[in-house]
Design a protein around this ligand. Structure first.
Ligand code: MN
Length: 206
């Protein structure tokens, strides 16, 4: 049974950057629905016992086209939102520190350059989707964007997302309306860089 992460904060914890109603709707309606629909589809496909990372990396082994599509969309939605809600915090923002910061600086030439590049990808994603910071076992970082609930696990190149910016309108429209750029800027005030660094360590030590 796939389960939503338990939030270690209240829905209003990210105010004023991400408003409480958006957080509550996003978690209790959108993320909840992806999770339920994933569980239904995974049961029918006989893959409910598989880790989600494995499922998303081997979608082409699901023979039934309808179930494959359901697991791609809802499994992606389940995984992506567990990452999203798990890497934000009321104590977030600022810039990463320590060994992960060194890797980030080496790769992007500084935090400002990193922020500019991932923000550009988030803004450039036409319609619904995500912008990603991913890592692989060789300590390499990569930026990318995906439509819908797709993510780098589905690309099969060994990159695992360690931070995702949700740019579906449901992530920002109640507060920011059409101003996606303002939401992306605000999101940087709530990123929990300690957790992102932990995600990086898990990838390189896997
Ligand atoms: Mn979302």
């Amino acid at each position: 049974m796939f389960q939503q992460i338990q939030l270690p904060y209240g829905f209003d914890a990210l105010e004023p950057h991400i408003d409480a109603l958006t957080m509550e709707t996003h978690f209790t309606k959108h993320h909840s629905a992806y999770t339920k629909n994933l569980n239904d589809a995974a049961d029918k496909a006989g893959v409910a016992d598989k880790p989600i990372e494995f499922l998303l990396g081997s979608l082409d082994t699901i023979a039934d086209e309808g179930l494959r599509k359901a697991i791609r969309n809802n499994g992606g939605g389940f995984y992506n939102h567990n990452l999203y809600f798990g890497t934000v915090s009321a104590d977030g923002g600022g810039e990463p520190q320590g060994a992960f910061r060194t890797v980030l600086d080496q790769h992007f030439g500084g935090f400002a350059a990193f922020q500019e590049e991932i923000s550009r990808l988030a803004m450039g994603q036409f319609g619904s989707g995500w912008a990603w910071l991913s890592a692989n076992k060789e300590r390499k970082l990569a930026l990318s964007a995906s439509p819908n609930q797709d993510n780098p696990l589905m690309e099969g190149r060994g990159f695992v997302p360690i931070l995702g910016i949700d740019v579906w309108e449901h992530a920002y429209y109640l507060k920011y309306k059409n101003l996606r750029a303002d939401y992306v800027k605000a999101f940087f005030h709530v990123i929990d860089w300690k957790t992102v660094a932990t995600n990086f360590d898990k990838v390189i030590n896997a």
